[in-house]
Ligand binder design. Structure first.
Ligand SMILES: Nc1ncnc2c1ncn2[C@@H]1O[C@H](COP(=O)(O)OP(=O)(O)OP(=O)(O)O)[C@@H](O)[C@H]1O
Ligand SMILES: [Mg+2]
Length: 289
């Protein structure tokens, strides 16, 4: 249902982020996209919903050529792609329900959502989704009163409110504990199966990718260097993707204390997810903001 042909991206800075990407994703398939930092995972996802303009190639969603769309038709096509970020990408001061309904921006328009007048059927659907993701009791809570896992459940419900055909997921578990990470991945997987949704999930945790994806694609320096089943992902292939490392031993658990480096990275992701959301919202509304 999603086909990328010869997709390439060179940023204006000269950074070549993607080269000759060929990828076909059938309906209902959950694909994990793995690769080292800077490999081009986020760029690939953003090219699909055109938050980033590919500089080469074509991207088709069913019979629609996404790379040729603009204006209303692009806005319409974007509704069929739900985006899930790290759990930070919620508006803290809004309630759970309001955060979920903000997924309707493309339908109800900026001013109606600004005034918080949502159509009844959207509210009813949001209730159903919050129940499905396990948060029926948190509807009126403010987003900043939730745990990381609960926040991510809100993000998932928000992405599903548009009834997408495809989910684009950028590091959904990057800041969650191991148990919560598995629960979130399991939930995404189940929802894809229930709704015949295809998904591209960028993920750093190889074990999670193995456990929950139907297919794994490995990117290195903007090129696909592996495309296969989780069972085919050997230590040799991991070395091809990530470079030299002893893949058969389990590393010592890391110190819980967050390093400056990790904190900086977390902030950078938070900033990028917030920017992506605001852009999607303003684009959905014809650029009112
Ligand atoms: N807006 C931008 N302008 C210029 N270069 C960019 C931009 N965004 C990304 N890049 C560059 O493109 C390359 C791919 O970046 P991208 O963010 O897609 O990698 P990633 O695999 O998602 O990394 P991470 O795992 O750290 O999230 C990197 O070299 C990066 O520096
Ligand atoms: Mg990224």
């Amino acid at each position: 249902m999603l086909t990328l042909t010869d997709v390439g991206k060179r940023y204006p800075t000269g950074d070549r982020a993607l080269t000759d990407i060929q990828l076909t994703l059938p309906k209902g398939q959950v694909m994990a996209l793995i690769g080292p930092s800077g490999a081009g995972k986020s760029t690939l996802i953003r090219c699909v919903n055109r938050l980033v303009e590919p500089t080469q190639g074509s991207i088709r969603l069913e019979d629609i050529e996404l790379t040729k769309l603009s204006g209303n038709r692009l806005r319409h096509a974007r509704r069929s792609m739900g985006m899930i970020f790290q759990e930070y990408a919620l508006v803290d001061r809004l309630t759970v329900m309001e955060n979920v309904l903000s997924g309707q921006l493309g339908y109800v328009g900026f001013w109606r959502s600004f005034l918080r007048r949502y159509p009844q059927d959207a509210v009813a659907e949001a209730f159903r989704l919050l129940e499905r993701v396990g948060l029926p009791h948190a509807i009126d809570k403010r987003a900043d009163a939730l745990s990381g896992g609960q926040r991510q459940r809100v993000g998932i419900a928000r992405a599903l409110l548009q009834s997408p055909k495809l989910l684009l997921v950028d590091e959904p578990t990057a800041s969650l504990d191991p148990k919560t990470s598995r629960q979130i991945m399991r939930l995404i997987r189940e929802l894809c199966a229930e709704r015949e949704l295809a998904a591209i999930i960028n993920i750093h945790d190889v074990a999670l990718a193995r456990q929950f994806a139907d297919r794994i694609v490995g990117l290195r320096a903007g090129e696909i260097v592996f495309d296969g089943q989780p069972s085919e992902l050997t230590s040799e292939i991991l070395t091809t993707i990530y470079g030299e490392e002893d893949w058969d031993t389990t590393p010592e658990p890391a110190d819980d204390e967050e390093t400056d480096e990790q904190e900086k990275e977390r902030e950078a992701h938070r900033y990028q997810s917030g920017r992506d959301l605001r852009r999607l919202a303003s684009l959905a509304d014809g650029g009112v903001r």
